[in-house]
Design a protein around this ligand. Sequence first.
Ligand SMILES: *Cc1c(COP(=O)(O)O)cnc(C)c1O
Length: 409
Amino acid sequence: MALINEHFLKLPGSYLFSEIAKRVKTYKEAHPEAQVISLGIGDVTQALAPAVIEAMHKAVEEMSDSKTMRGYAPDFGYSFLIDAIIENDFKSRGIHLDPDEVFVSDGAKSDTGNIGDILSPENIVAVTDPVYPVYLDTNAMAGRAGYFKDGQWNNIVYLPCTSTNNFIPEIITKSVDVVYLCYPNNPTGTTLTKEQLKKWVDYALEKKVLLMFDAAYEAFITEDEVPHSIYEIEGAKQVAIEFRSFSKTAGFTGVRCGYTVVPKELTALDKAGREHTLNLLWRRRQSTKFNGTAYIVQRAAEATYSPEGKKQIRETINYYMQNAKMIKEALNSAGFETYGGVNAPYIWIKTPEGVSSWDFFDYLLNNHQVVCTPGVGFGKSGEGFVRMTAFGKREDTIEALRRIKDGRN
Ligand SMILES: *Cc1c(COP(=O)(O)O)cnc(C)c1O
């Protein structure tokens, strides 16, 4: 008889987005005429850049001829894409990477979830709170999280990020082995400056802690002092893995492409205390369990780095960030306390005094037919906040804000 991985039984249901869907459905059934606007789920709404579409069409044509068709892609990515990534995302910021330190994939969710394969189940893991749920659930599946009780995992170290500490997690005094950092942050939209991130790198160097740095939103950074890559900080290559994605940068949520950087200097220990290169372990893992990202998709990703591609994706990012600015300004002028929205497409909104995340969610749905995401769904410290996304269509965003500001429907 086959036995299951019992760690799966400890996982709480994926409550957040199913509960949102349920409440929206109930509301719509009771109010069939209502025009409900969603600023909830963080998916993009704008078309792919013309340069990307053109590159995809061209790649499809190549597939139609046996002389130019491509079969299995290299496990770690075509060199045309890896070279473009290194040149544009790193060299331009003074970071040197070798091609074999970049691993092209089908996105950052898979990579942030799969990276645990190369690590011992005995590692103690720390995450910020609130947090992108993938880091927690994948560690739970591997048996690193313990038991879920009262909204938290007993073996996970939580780093509260609230308005009290300006959403900057405090350096950990307990002994941990792995820390996940996501900046610019989903869900709070906040960032760390170079100086603040340097504290984490220095800490990791001193305590020999592995940092998992999720930079899925780096393209939305507008302020100079905010680092785009953790490798802008000296010494980071010895302690950090960085995850990137074309999903938010170039609207690839349905196309699927991302990449992970595992520097060759980065090591971790076996039980006997011997050092091992994580780059080699990840290489082994990917070549066994992953068979490469589609050629057509990699050509599409490459096109985001052409002069036209860069210009076009920048226009779309600016469109979203204009939404972010409008959301933030409208809510501030309506008397709400807001965070984020300057270097990230998310606005983190403090609910009125004494109103819970879910009560405020219900209030916005019932009174303004606007859907947000309750902050508590991302962790205990998210209670008393909701998240709004700037990824909506402009006209929907304007209409939602008008309703909230006017206090009418
Ligand atoms: C959207 C998102 C990603 C990207 O996921 P993909 O699988 O590349 O689409 C990664 N990390 C965070 C925190 C995200 O919000």
